[in-house]
Design a binder for this molecule. Sequence first.
Ligand code: SF4
Ligand SMILES: [Zn+2]
Length: 546
Amino acid sequence: MSEFTSGDYTEEEGRRLEAWKRARDYSDPERKAAACAILLEMVGGDELRTALHRHPARGTYLSKDFLIAAYREMVASGQLREDPAMAERLRMKPVRTLSGVATVSVLTRPYPCPGTCIFCPDDSRMPKSYLADEPGALRASQNAFDPHRQVTSRLASLESVGHPTDKMELLILGGTWSAYPKDYRDEFVRRCLDALNGEESATLAEAQQKNEQAARRNVGLVVETRPDYIRPEELFHMRKLGVTKVQVGVQSLDDRILALNCRGHTVAETRRAFRLMRAAGFKIQAHWMPNLLGATPESDREDFARMFDDPDLRPDELKIYPTILVENSALHAYFERGEYRPYPYEELLELIAAIKPAIPPYCRVNRLARDIPVVHVVAGNKRSNLREDVQRLMAARGEHCACIRCREVRGLHVARGDLRLEDLAYEACGGEERFLSFVTTDNRLAGYLRLWLPGTRSPDLQWPDLERAAIVRDVHIYGQTLPLGGNQEGAAQHLGLGTELLSSAEQIARGAGFSNLAVISAIGTRNYYRNRGFEDGELYLVKKLI
Ligand code: SF4
Ligand SMILES: [Zn+2]
């Protein structure tokens, strides 16, 4: 696969790339002077926003990232005193790490995808479905898709803005993960872990073992794939790699629409994939696309309702990606022939506002639109603030979204006494799912655990670790990511909520007659479970209940 150089960019893409680089150039004296003035005003008590207004950096954008670099320099040279509160005020996007972990997205190299989906952009310089100048894709191409370099550069930028990096989630993106050669996948994960470990390992197993004790632990590993590629052997391999969550392209729950868009799989295959993933304990993130060829807002509403009505689906997380009409996709020809109509913005807004209130409290809506640079959008939604507009519309109607994301405590301080434990049971894939959560008096979510109790109609993978076992599929506690050993009074991560949730899960599983409790653990959280009575199995950590 050839390396990707800036010569491959179009003029417009090149301009955006230059702007991207400029925003990261810390040597420009004029911008530095502006940054120093801003920092001094902040020390004097000004809010960042006020200080920024007073000292606009001429002709270029002054990122907080830049400000933090300047702050560090001023501290190092003795111009300013080190002040943790100041670093806190300067943090670039606190929301990114407020859920307790920092995420690094890594793209796989360009490689043919087995899919022929007509809406999917085709850019030979990118893994299928990504555009060369999409945010996130830039870092990958700048690093020639080398996983080690991608992770290292992301760590450097997180650390330069003062984000803790001790708990890292790896998000592997690009085309269909399961279609890449197996050796490539093994190597890819090993190199990501090597980058976190800060040292090379000869094998994947060695890299995993090192990461268990490393300063930067991998606390979640996510891949994206197609439903028809989910088979027991594939899930087994994912588990060997340490995968904890699968992003799966559902796109539509109507065979007619799937066929029209050349998805190459049926709804029956999607349901089968969900049953297998749940039986293996993976967290399931579904991608769903309104406005596909052949859909109408009415058919989309019905389609979406199936996602949670059907007990064989009911994903844990959701990304709603309204179809985006891009030039280098087969869908474009349909549009030119007048056979495809992108929904006007108001129609899309209405549709999303209509389906959102039906999302159950156990699901997290991670995204509402894809971040495709607007120049590529031929027609249809060109606005990027769909989520905010939907929220505003729902609020005006007295409605709200009860999904996980909308209820997370984020940076709020919580006291154990203000939290109550809730237990939401629902049928899923032939068994019972229990969503245990700690909520505040005003229904904010401080943490949760997903417990799966397989039933007689659930798939049996016949993996020894899962014999007569209930499975803990997810434990998530919110709060600012704290450096190992750090303490921030009231942060949810430090109230022992995880331990309490696990013991509730144990009681429920025991009460339901299970002999074992298995947990799907990321490499870096194995020790956490070992310390709570779980023992190493082949693919899971397992605790005997009787
Ligand atoms: S499977 Fe995914 S990446 Fe492949 S063509 Fe379809 S949408 Fe694109
Ligand atoms: Zn929500």
